[in-house]
Design a protein around this ligand. Structure first.
Ligand SMILES: Cc1ncc(C[n+]2csc(CCOP(=O)(O)OP(=O)(O)O)c2C)c(N)n1
Ligand SMILES: [Mg+2]
Length: 391
């Protein structure tokens, strides 16, 4: 029912949300009706969904992680979460320009991948990039300054959220062009193979991106040339406001990798250690020259597509169910069963708070780049003096 012209904006959005609940039909292909977001465990473990990395008892790569390493993984997830929460606040305060997408709820993927790969490996991200880059060890202060367009930022304030790049950490960058990390990283992987660096390339992309032509062109070449690259799909089952079942005619996205003859894995992306294990196995495969690996990581975003998204398209019950999939409290509980001391967990929580507060303060106090620098770094300068990836 349409809202009356006299309704307040909150009444309007309430009525729109109620309408969304009525109009968003369950996926008709799902045998048991649409599974709520957050129910990723059952889904990722179902037989229909791809191959899972399996290990003999006690042989999971993550079994070897020491308590201090588990705490580091937790720190990464928490740092990514708190970074993005501060980003949301600063955006609302008007201190942070542009268009911002956060990955709140998806940190298990970024942290699992980030910790499984050695420093030389090279990643490309998406429009939802902050957590991926933080998980590769970039300074949150330089990232926050970049978000605010300050000269102390990773790209001297000229990149912002969707063009964050940190070549010092082998992060080729965020990218506003959906799916474009895939062909880019096919090229980067070709360079690694030709130069015999021993590094691999990693492209993150979303479920929506799997319908992009350039994604399949890149994957086809990567497979035919057996390039050392991981294609990691973050399956949050939405592309902007559209649930993926409305635009993707199959439920098992690993089929899209299998169609290229690729080794594929499905994994619960909310389980950071499962993500670490699967990435470790996939990276060994790619590094040993066997070719690319296609990973589908099931997850959910706990906020809107972009900061400011009213999410009127999302059924209320689904958003609530999605919170059950939050990877951070789940991993905190798991760490404590693995001999991590609660005092160490609390210490890292306090340290992350302080680090983020300092990062925001320093970024707000930093200068903007001078106007005369506006045309600098727009074109490559020859002879090229910049960094060479993987060299
Ligand atoms: C080539 C291209 N097409 C469309 C868009 C508009 N767009 C931005 S994000 C997005 C949805 C992407 O969905 P998905 O790949 O699942 O990533 P998610 O946002 O869920 O992380 C779209 C269509 C774009 N930025 N680039
Ligand atoms: Mg998506």
């Amino acid at each position: 029912m349409a809202a009356s012209p006299k309704s307040t904006s909150s009444a309007k959005s309430k009525s729109a949300a109620a309408k969304a609940d009525e109009t968003v039909a369950p996926n008709p292909r799902s045998k048991s009706g649409a599974k709520p977001l957050g129910d990723t465990k059952g889904r990722a473990d179902a037989d229909a969904y791809g191959e899972h990395a399996t290990f003999a008892k006690g042989k999971r790569p993550s079994d070897k992680l020491k308590p201090a390493e588990l705490v580091q993984i937790y720190r990464t997830m928490l740092l990514a979460r708190r970074f993005e929460e501060h980003v949301v606040d600063q955006f609302r305060e008007g201190n942070l320009p542009g268009f911002v997408h956060v990955a709140i709820g998806q940190e298990g993927i970024a942290a699992g991948v980030g910790h499984a790969l050695p420093e030389g490996d090279i990643i490309a991200s998406t429009h939802r990039a902050h957590a991926h880059i933080i998980a590769r060890g970039s300074s949150v202060e330089a990232l926050m300054a970049e978000m605010m367009g300050r000269i102390t930022g990773v790209c001297q304030g000229k990149g912002g959220s969707m063009h964050l790049a940190d070549m010092s950490r082998n992060v080729v960058g965020a990218n506003g062009v959906v799916g474009s990390g895939v062909p880019m990283m096919t090229g980067v992987a070709l360079a690694q193979k030709e130069l015999a660096t021993g590094n691999i390339a990693v492209a993150f992309y979303g479920d929506g991106a799997t319908s992009q032509g350039n994604v399949h062109e890149g994957m086809n070449l990567a497979q035919i040339w057996e390039l050392p690259v991981l294609f990691i799909c973050e399956n949050n089952r939405y592309a902007e406001s559209t649930p993926s079942w409305q635009t993707v005619p199959i439920d098992d996205l690993t089929l899209r990798g299998a169609a290229h003859g690729m080794k594929t894995f499905a994994v619960d992306g909310n389980d950071v250690l499962a993500m670490y294990d699967t990435t470790t196995v996939a990276a060994e495969y790619a590094r040993s020259g066997k070719g690319p690996v296609y990973i589908v990581a099931e997850t959910q975003r706990l906020s809107g597509h972009y900061v400011g998204d009213a999410e009127v398209y999302r059924p209320k019950g689904e958003a609530k169910a999605a919170r059950a999939g939050d990877p951070i409290p789940a991993f905190r509980t798991e760490m404590l069963t693995r001999k991590v001391k609660e005092s160490d967990v609390k210490a890292v929580e306090a340290e992350v708070e302080e680090t983020m507060e300092r990062a925001v303060e320093a970024s707000l106090a930093a200068d903007f780049p001078p106007a005369e620098d506006a045309m600098k770094h727009v074109y490559a300068e020859y002879p090229y003096q910049g960094p060479v990836l993987g060299a």
